[in-house]
Design a protein around this ligand. Structure first.
Ligand code: NAD
Length: 357
């Protein structure tokens, strides 16, 4: 059956990089029988300008009807003074909440060709391939009660609540274990079970769910040690699964091990595997409209979409292989360029990937 992909280019470099990713999808449609139908929608600042809201009702409806969503990026200086309720970023949060995208997949992959881009020694990071699975809709970012109150003595006190129900932990555990089954079958669950009761329960439930996955090797690590290990010896990890806040911090740390923000895709999945796919970077207003942005993170987001939402792992492998090939051939957009290699535009990089497919 034909699958529906909603394409949301967004703001800044979003339309430029998404255009290249769409060309990749078109190529797979025409030469490999990929049976998908594309529809375009508005989100972010451009949606605010056109419809008065960063997530118009029709966009949310389109997203609900789609099998997968491909998003560029949102935001830009011209919308920074808007009321927080209608800032471009609210469009993303609204999509995550409206679609119940609770499982955030953040791969940190360092292509050996780009090992010199990392601030870490090449032998520590070359060939790095970690998947961080972050719980996205619960934990301390959403827990109630929250706020700032004034105590009887007149002092102000800020408070937030870290809360996870068993069912929330169980579903993110399953999401991580299912992904690990497609990889090296090793999951490291990151918590702070020595201090936080909530993550003591997290650890207990992880162990319970792991019983359904006898092939998975489950380990546990306190978050402070995980941060150290990510910098000391990151290649020890296959899949890491963790809470919303720990994942927020660790996934950015892991991303920076690779040194190249323009290379990293991400996915946010619901309980049925429907997902929203986007590069981890923002709308890069400083380079928007110049045709120099790196489209590879967005093209690799299409690869994740094929793998995790559309059941087309072989086509995903072809995209990954094509990206490897263009890097092997020495093609580089400005953000990953080093002397002696061939500097290309957004469009030339896209064309090269298509040719390599
Ligand atoms: P950014 O990721 O947009 O840019 C950071 C730096 O990386 C910039 O120098 C930019 O030029 C560069 N960069 C980013 N993507 C690149 C690419 N594909 N190719 C080459 N270089 C690239 O982060 P920022 O500058 O902090 O934020 C800019 C805007 O993006 C803000 O409005 C912010 O709110 C928004 N933002 C959106 C998302 C999202 O849509 N998911 C994420 C982060 C930031």
């Amino acid at each position: 059956m034909t699958k529906k992909i909603l394409v949301l280019p967004g703001d800044g470099i979003g339309p430029e990089i998404v255009a290249e990713a769409v060309k990749v999808i078109n190529r797979l449609q025409s030469d490999s029988g990929l049976d998908v139908e594309l529809e375009e929608g508005l989100v972010g600042g451009c949606a605010y300008d056109a419809k008065g809201h960063p997530l118009p009702d029709e966009t949310l409806q389109q997203a609900k009807e789609a099998d997968a969503i491909l998003l560029g990026a949102v935001g830009g200086t011209q919308w920074e003074s808007l009321d927080i309720a209608v800032r471009p970023e609210k469009g993303l949060l609204g999509l995550r909440a409206g679609l119940e995208l609770f499982s955030n997949l953040r791969p940190a992959i360092l292509y050996p060709q780009l090992a010199s881009a990392s601030t870490l020694k090449a032998e520590v990071v070359s060939g790095l391939d970690i998947m961080i699975v972050r719980e996205l809709t619960g934990g301390i970012y959403f827990g109630q009660p929250r706020g700032v109150r004034t105590l009887d003595n007149g002092e102000r006190q800020g408070f937030n609540t870290l809360v996870y129900s068993e069912s929330e932990i169980r579903r993110i555990a399953r999401s991580a274990f299912d992904i690990a089954m497609k990889r090296d079958k090793r999951v490291c669950s990151v918590d702070k079970a020595n201090v936080l009761e909530c993550t003591e329960l997290w650890r207990e439930v992880m162990i319970e769910v792991a019983k359904d996955y006898p092939e998975i090797e489950l380990s546990h690590m306190y978050v402070d040690n995980a941060a150290m290990q990510l910098v000391r010896a990151p290649k020890q990890f296959d899949v890491m699964v963790t809470t919303n806040m720990f994942g927020d911090i660790l996934s950015d740390c892991a991303a920076m091990l690779t040194g190249s923000i323009g290379m990293l895709p991400s996915a946010s999945l619901d309980v049925n595997g429907k997902g929203m796919y986007e590069p981890i970077h923002g709308s890069a207003p400083d380079i928007a409209g110049q045709g120099v942005a790196n489209p590879l993170a967005t093209i690799l987001s299409v690869s994740m979409m094929l793998r995790y939402s559309l059941g087309e792992a072989a086509l995903a492998d072809r995209i990954d292989g094509a990206v490897n090939k263009v890097l092997d051939d020495g093609l580089r957009t400005a953000d990953i360029f080093t002397e002696g290699l061939k500097k290309v535009s957004t469009c030339e990089m896209g064309e090269a990937v298509i040719a390599a497919i």
